[in-house]
Design a protein. Structure first.
Length: 244
């Protein structure tokens, strides 16, 4: 993902948030108020793919912070291998994300009026939960997440959160995703429209689960992944220009 990205003007560091969570920070070296994004990782924890995404955001002019919202889990290596499953409650994860947003707002390089939260896979729903709680989140991004069967059954909690969203939502999904399937995506769109919430939803033909992650070669599809990146940058630019 980073092979063709100019990283000469990106500065990275490992930090610790007030909650105790470790986090990866990437930012442009240019001064001024930059848009910022909190990147939530997939079920593997804070692995290289999420760090790569943060660097790419920074290369494109964003301050990017990727917190390890599974930092309380005792076996980080098992999570990274995809063998373990995190059991951290939603409330603790959302508190960590809130702490990450508050940290970003303290940085002089960050324009606090241009904050986004992005979740992928297991964390896709948490971007919605946080954006529903806070008024300072300008954009909510979901990458193949949030719409699994557990979001709707046995109790539909997702619709309630969507109804409280203040930020436009960007969501991309794969047609052949075996976890976050097309019927759930259609239901998400229906709920957004019924609630009158601005959104951009796209289902990519033939794409499996995790197809944006280039550290998993059997799943990665570069052409479609690059298109998602262009769409996402255009979405954020439109949000920050009051286009919604």
């Amino acid at each position: 993902m980073l092979a063709e990205i100019d990283q000469r003007h990106v500065r990275t560091s490992e930090i610790q948030l007030a909650s105790g969570a470790n986090a990866f920070l990437a930012k442009p070296d240019a001064p001024g108020g930059h848009p910022a994004v909190v990147l939530l990782h997939e079920r593997y924890g804070l692995v290289q793919h999420t760090r790569d995404l943060a660097v790419r955001f920074a290369a494109d002019g964003h301050v990017a912070l990727a917190p390890n919202v599974y930092w309380r889990e005792p076996d980080q290596e098992s999570l990274a291998r995809g063998e373990g499953r995190a059991t951290t409650p939603d409330r603790e994860i959302c508190d960590d994300v809130a702490g990450a947003l508050d940290y970003l707002k303290t940085l002089p390089e960050v324009d606090s009026a241009r904050l986004a939260v992005m979740g992928a896979c297991a964390s896709g729903r948490h971007s919605i939960l946080v954006a529903a709680e806070r008024t300072d989140v300008a954009a909510c991004v979901v990458l193949y997440g949030a719409v699994g069967a557990s979001a709707w059954e046995p109790v539909d909690t997702l619709s309630e959160h969507i109804g409280r969203l203040k930020a436009p939502l960007f969501g991309v999904f794969g047609e052949k995703d075996h976890i976050f399937q097309v019927p759930g995506v259609r239901r998400l769109r229906t709920v957004l429209e019924a609630a009158g919430r601005s959104h951009y939803i796209r289902i990519f033909r033939d794409m499996p689960h995790g197809w944006l992650n280039d550290t998993i070669p059997p799943r990665y599809h570069r052409t479609e992944a690059e298109e998602v990146w262009r769409l996402l940058q255009a979405f954020l630019a439109r949000v920050y220009a009051a286009g919604y």
